[in-house]
Write a protein that binds this ligand. Structure first.
Ligand SMILES: [Zn+2]
Length: 77
């Protein structure tokens, strides 16, 4: 079981539908809401952040998420 970093709920890796992949870690979430909230927290929705190591890191995350969703947003309904 993995812990949802937003609300602290236990999330089963196998059943998790919402996740964020980073270079070193995968975060699992109980809901799209938590996923989005965490994405905001680590800056995924801020592409205008100044370019640097951190910006490149975020681009990597965005690409990783694209790969895991086949380039399409995850279905929530
Ligand atoms: Zn949650």
């Amino acid at each position: 079981m993995m812990k949802d970093p937003v609300c602290g709920m236990e999330v089963s890796k196998e059943k998790a539908r919402y996740m964020i992949l980073t270079e070193h870690e995968t975060f699992y979430f109980c809901s799209e809401l938590c996923q989005k909230s965490y994405a905001r927290q680590i800056g995924i929705n801020k592409p205008t952040a100044k370019k640097g190591i951190f910006a490149r890191f975020l681009e990597k995350i965005a690409r990783a998420n694209e790969n895991s969703y086949g380039g399409k947003p995850p279905k929530c309904h």
